[in-house]
Design a binder for this molecule. Structure first.
Ligand SMILES: *[C@@H]1O[C@H](CO)[C@@H](O)[C@H](O)[C@H]1NC(C)=O
Ligand SMILES: *[C@@H]1O[C@H](CO)[C@@H](O)[C@H](O)[C@H]1NC(C)=O
Ligand SMILES: *[C@@H]1O[C@H](CO)[C@@H](O)[C@H](O)[C@H]1NC(C)=O
Ligand SMILES: *[C@@H]1O[C@H](CO)[C@@H](O)[C@H](O)[C@H]1NC(C)=O
Ligand SMILES: *[C@@H]1O[C@H](CO)[C@@H](O)[C@H](O)[C@H]1NC(C)=O
Ligand SMILES: *[C@@H]1O[C@H](CO)[C@@H](O)[C@H](O)[C@H]1NC(C)=O
Ligand SMILES: *[C@@H]1O[C@H](CO)[C@@H](O)[C@H](O)[C@H]1NC(C)=O
Ligand SMILES: *[C@@H]1O[C@H](CO)[C@@H](O)[C@H](O)[C@H]1NC(C)=O
Ligand SMILES: *[C@@H]1O[C@H](CO)[C@@H](O)[C@H](O)[C@H]1NC(C)=O
Ligand SMILES: CC(=O)N[C@H]1CO[C@H](CO)[C@@H](O)[C@@H]1O
Length: 731
C-alpha cells in the first residue's frame, strides 16, 4: 500500500508533463495550494527574464526548464524598456513579452507574470523609466497621485495587452499568477501611513483589473486580501512566517539559486545540495506548494540595463548558465528532486502532516493520506555529523545537513546531499584572436573644456538629473584662476557616482577613483599642475548603472559633491559653490552612434599603435563568426572598462580593471548572442575608458563537458577552462 506513491511515478509524470491545454481554467487557492481547473497543484517555477536573452534563445531555455522539471516560468515586466517615453510603447525583439509568453504556452508550461511595475531585479532604476523622475511632485512607491497615475496606467496597459491576447488562464492562456509591487516591506516603514495606504491602493487597483487569476505580493507580510503574501530569500523553510491568512497557501517567489555578482565583489556560490535542502524543507515544514528559482536562467544585462556595479553576466551560476547551457550538477540534482516530489504531490497536498522527533537535531515530517499514500522527509539539521536514525522500525543514514525523501515512507529515494548527477566543467575555446595590428582602427575622444559645455550652473548638479540616463558619463568643467600662492596643488574630489577621472588643461591628471556597491562615497585626490592665471579643470563622473532600490529613489543623489584645490594641505580654493560649472553629457561617439555601421564614417578613424594606448578611445575591428552552434563570448581580459557593441547592438558594459578581493576581474568573458552575428565581417566596436590591448581580445565558443573532479563542484564565473591558450592562434 505504501509503495503506491512510488509506483505512481510513471503515470504522474506523464500527466504533469504536457498537461497544459488551452481550455479556460479557473485559478483559485486555499490554505494548502493553488487550485487550477479544480486541481490542487504543487508547482516548481523558474525565473527567466525575456530581455536578458534573445527570442532565438527562448525556445531552448524554456525546453530545458521543462526538462528540468519546472511547471511555471516566472518573469518580471520591464517598464523602462516598454515605455521609453510616456505613452510610447515598445514590444519588439527582445522586448516581445507576448511572444515569450506564447512560447511558454506552446511548450505546455504556466506563467507567473510579475508586473511590479517596480521590479528592482538589479535592473537600472529598478525598472522605472527615467522620465518618471521629471513628473512634477512625484514620489515613487507611496500614496502619491502622480506616481499612482503612471503605475496604474502601465499596469493597466500590460493587463489589457495580456487580455487582448487571451493569455490569462481564465481565458485559456498560461498565466496563473500576477505580481503587483515587489518586496515593498523593505521600504514601507519609510513612508509611514502613506506606505500602508499605498499597499492597500496597489492591491485593490490590481484586483480591480479583473485578470481572473490571483495576485501575489512578495515579501509583504500585510498583503491585503485576496492578494497572497509570498516569501523571497534563500531559506524560506526557516525564515518565512507563513501566509497572513489561513486561507492562503505558502509560496516562495524567489529562492535565490546563487546571488547576483557585482564588479569588484566577492563571488557568491550556492551549491546544489544546499538549494535542494531548503526547497525540501519549505515543502515539508511550511507546506510549501510553489517554489520559484531566482534565477533559473539569469542571462545578460545587455546595453546599460544593469544596476549600479552589477556585472553584465547575470546569475551565471543558475541551473542554466548565462549562455543558456545546462550547469551540472545543479540542473540535474534539482531535476531529480522535482521528479521525486511531483511523484508524490497528491499525498503531500492531501495528506495529514505529523512531525516526529528522531533525535536532537533530526526530525521526520510525515504526510499520510487516510487510506493509502505516505511520504516522509527525514531531516538531519546537524551541519557536522551524519546521523543514524530509526524511522518506522527501519534505520536510515542521513548525511550532515540533509533531507532524505521517502515517497512511500520506506524507501529513501532521494537525499539532498547525495548528488548523483555528474559535475560539469565549462570550457572556452578561443576560435580566433584579433591580434592583427591592421585589423584595428581607433578614434580618440577630446577632453571638453568649459567653453565646450552647453549647460552652466553655479553649483555641482546631481548626475542623473543632467544625463537623464542617456549616457553613463557626465562632464563637470570649470575655468579656474589662481594667484601665485598655491604650491604643491592637490585636486580633491568627493563623489557619490561610481568613478571619477580628472583633467587639467586637457591633460589627464588622475583617473579611475571609484566607489563600490557597498561604499558609495569616494574621493579622488591627485597632485596637479596649475599655472598662475587661467586653468581648465574637467572632471568626468561615471555611473555604471542607476540605483535600483531603497525608498525615495527619485531623490537619490549621484555625482560630484565637493571639489577643491588644496595648497600645502589646506583647502584654498573651494570650487563646490560660488563657481560656474559647465556640463556636458556623454561623448561625441555616443551622440553619433559610431558603433553602428552606417555611422562609422562620421568620425575619422586612425591606425592602432600599441605603444600609445589612450583613455577614452573607440576601437573597431571586424571578425568572422566561429562555425557551429555553440554560444560565443569575447574575452576582454586585456581591456579596462567600457562598453562593447557587435553589429550595432550593445552586449553590455565590461569592467575588467576592478578586481575582486581575490585579485581577479569579476568578469572577463562577455556573451555575444548568436543572433547578433552574421557569418562574416561582424563589426566589433569598443569604447574604452582606461586603455588596454585589443590585440589580445579573443572570440571564444563555450561548451560544457563532464568533469573528472568530484561532484557538487560549482565554478565561479571566471573558473573557465581554456581549451587552448588564446596566444596559440592568430589571424
Ligand atoms: C496612459 O497615459 C497615456 C499618456 O501618457 C494615455 O494616452 C493613455 O490613455 C493612458 N492609459 C490609461 C489606461 O490610462
Ligand atoms: C537548523 O539549525 C539552524 C541553526 O541552528 C536553525 O537556525 C534552523 O532553524 C534549524 N532548521 C531546522 C529545520 O530545524
Ligand atoms: C515497529 O516494531 C514494533 C515492535 O517490533 C511494532 O509494535 C510496531 O508496530 C512497528 N511499527 C511500525 C510502524 O511498523
Ligand atoms: C527503492 O527505490 C529505488 C529507486 O530509487 C529502487 O531501485 C529500489 O528497488 C527501491 N527499494 C525498495 C526496497 O523498494
Ligand atoms: C582645452 O584647453 C586646453 C588648453 O587650454 C587645450 O589644450 C585643449 O585642446 C582644449 N580642449 C578642447 C576640447 O578644446
Ligand atoms: C533637476 O534639474 C532641474 C533643472 O534642469 C531642476 O529644476 C530640478 O530641481 C532638478 N531636480 C533634482 C531632483 O535635482
Ligand atoms: C561621505 O563622506 C563625507 C566626508 O567624509 C561625509 O561627510 C559624508 O557624510 C559621507 N556621505 C555619505 C553618504 O556617506
Ligand atoms: C592652462 O591653459 C592656460 C591657457 O588656456 C594657460 O594659461 C595655463 O598656463 C595652462 N596651465 C598649465 C599648467 O599648462
Ligand atoms: C558663496 O558665496 C556666499 C555669498 O556670497 C557666501 O555666503 C558663501 O560663504 C560662499 N561659499 C563658499 C563655499 O565660498
Ligand atoms: C526571507 C529569507 O530567507 N531571507 C534570507 C535570504 O538570504 C539572505 C542571505 O543569505 C538572508 O540574510 C535572509 O535572511
Amino acid at each position: 500500500m505504501e509503495l503506491k506513491c512510488w509506483v505512481f511515478v510513471g503515470v504522474m509524470l506523464m500527466v504533469i508533463v504536457g498537461s497544459k491545454g488551452s481550455e479556460e481554467e479557473e485559478v483559485t487557492y486555499d490554505g494548502r495550494s493553488l487550485i487550477i481547473g479544480g486541481q490542487r497543484k504543487l508547482l516548481f517555477s523558474g525565473s527567466i527574464h525575456y530581455p536578458r536573452s534573445t527570442p532565438e534563445m527562448w525556445p531552448s531555455l524554456i525546453a530545458k526548464a521543462k526538462d528540468g522539471g519546472l511547471d511555471v516560468i516566472q518573469t518580471y515586466v520591464f517598464w523602462s524598456l516598454h515605455e521609453p517615453q510616456p505613452g510610447q510603447y515598445d514590444f519588439s525583439g527582445r522586448y516581445d513579452l507576448v511572444k515569450f509568453i506564447k512560447e511558454v504556452q506552446t511548450q505546455g508550461l504556466y506563467v507567473c507574470l510579475r508586473i511590479g511595475p517596480y521590479i528592482e531585479s538589479e535592473w537600472s532604476y529598478g525598472g522605472f523609466p527615467f522620465w518618471l523622475h521629471d513628473i512634477p511632485d512625484i514620489s515613487y512607491r507611496t500614496d502619491n497621485e502622480p506616481f499612482k497615475f503612471y503605475m496604474q496606467n502601465f499596469t493597466t496597459k500590460i493587463v489589457n495587452l495580456m487580455k487582448s491576447e487571451g493569455l490569462y488562464a481564465s481565458q485559456g492562456g498560461p498565466i496563473i499568477l500576477s505580481q503587483i509591487e515587489n518586496e515593498y516591506q523593505n521600504v514601507e516603514a519609510a513612508f509611514r501611513d502613506k506606505g500602508r495606504s499605498y499597499v492597500r491602493w496597489a492591491a485593490s487597483m490590481a484586483v480591480g483589473l479583473q485578470t481572473g487569476v490571483p495576485w501575489v505580493m512578495c515579501k509583504q507580510y500585510d498583503a491585503p486580501d485576496p492578494v497572497i503574501n509570498t516569501c523571497n530569500g534563500m531559506k524560506c523553510g526557516e525564515t518565512f512566517a507563513g501566509p497572513n491568512s489561513p486561507n492562503k497557501p505558502a509560496m516562495w517567489t524567489e529562492n535565490w539559486t546563487s546571488f547576483f555578482q557585482v564588479f569588484g565583489g566577492k563571488p557568491y556560490i550556492r551549491h546544489a545540495d544546499e538549494i535542494a535542502f531548503h526547497v525540501s524543507l519549505f515543502i515539508a515544514n511550511n507546506n510549501g506548494c510553489y517554489v520559484n528559482y531566482y534565477m533559473y536562467h539569469g542571462g545578460t544585462n545587455f546595453g546599460r540595463t544593469g544596476t549600479s556595479y552589477v556585472t553584465t553576466s547575470y546569475y551565471d551560476l543558475a541551473p542554466l548558465d548565462e549562455y543558456g547551457l545546462i550547469r551540472q550538477p545543479k540542473w540535474g540534482h534539482l531535476k531529480e528532486l522535482h521528479m521525486v516530489i511531483k511523484a508524490c504531490s497528491k499525498t503531500l497536498l492531501e495528506g495529514k502532516k505529523s512531525i516526529v522527533p528522531l533525535g536532537e537535531l533530526q526530525t521526520a515530517y510525515v504526510f499520510q493520506e487516510p487510506s493509502e499514500g505516505c511520504v516522509a522527509f527525514l531531516i538531519n539539521n546537524d551541519t557536522q555529523h551524519s546521523a543514524n536514525i530509526e524511522f518506522r522500525n527501519n534505520s536510515y543514514q542521513l548525511p550532515p545537513k540533509s533531507i532524505s525523501i521517502l515517497p512511500d515512507c520506506l524507501n529513501a529515494t532521494f537525499n539532498t546531499a547525495k548528488i548523483l548527477t555528474e559535475s560539469g566543467e565549462r570550457n572556452a575555446r578561443p576560435e580566433l584572436v584579433l591580434s592583427s595590428a591592421t585589423r584595428w582602427e581607433v578614434f580618440n575622444e577630446l577632453i571638453p573644456n568649459f567653453s565646450d559645455t552647453s549647460l552652466k550652473a553655479d553649483a555641482l548638479l546631481e548626475h542623473m538629473n543632467v544625463t537623464k540616463d542617456e549616457s553613463d558619463y557626465l562632464w563637470y568643467s570649470l575655468r579656474f584662476e589662481t594667484d601665485s600662492s598655491c604650491s604643491e596643488p592637490v585636486l580633491h574630489v568627493r563623489s557619490l557616482a561610481h568613478i571619477a577621472y580628472a583633467f587639467v588643461n586637457g591633460t589627464y591628471a588622475a583617473g579611475g577613483a571609484h566607489g563600490s556597491r557597498d561604499v558609495k562615497n569616494f574621493t579622488l585626490d591627485t597632485p596637479i599642475k596649475i599655472d598662475t592665471g587661467m586653468n581648465e579643470i574637467s572632471i568626468l563622473s561615471v555611473m555604471a548603472g542607476l540605483p535600483d532600490s531603497g525608498p525615495y529613489l527619485e531623490r537619490k543623489f549621484a555625482g560630484l559633491r565637493e571639489v577643491s584645490v588644496r595648497c600645502n594641505g589646506n583647502d584654498i580654493y573651494d570650487l563646490t559653490a560660488n563657481h560656474t560649472w559647465g556640463y556636458k553629457v556623454g561623448f561625441l561617439g555616443e551622440d553619433l552612434q559610431i558603433y553602428k555601421q552606417e555611422n562609422l564614417g562620421k568620425v575619422v578613424w586612425g591606425g592602432f599603435e600599441l605603444s600609445a594606448p589612450k583613455a577614452f578611445t573607440w576601437y573597431k575591428a571586424t571578425f568572422d563568426a566561429p562555425s557551429g552552434d555553440d554560444p560565443v563570448a569575447l574575452d576582454l581580459s586585456a581591456m579596462g572598462k567600457g562598453e562593447a557593441w557587435i553589429n550595432g547592438q550593445s552586449i553590455g558594459r565590461y569592467w575588467v580593471s576592478l578586481l575582486t578581493p581575490q585579485g581577479k576581474p569579476s568578469q572577463t568573458l562577455y556573451h555575444i548572442p548568436r543572433s547578433f552575428l552574421k557569418a562574416s565581417e561582424n563589426l566589433l566596436v569598443l569604447f574604452e575608458e582606461i586603455g588596454g590591448n585589443p590585440r589580445q581580445i579573443s572570440v571564444n565558443t563555450i561548451s560544457w563537458t563532464t568533469s573528472k573532479s568530484s561532484n557538487n563542484v560549482d565554478y565561479t564565473p571566471n573558473d573557465i577552462k581554456y581549451l587552448m591558450t588564446p596566444e596559440g592562434i592568430h589571424t
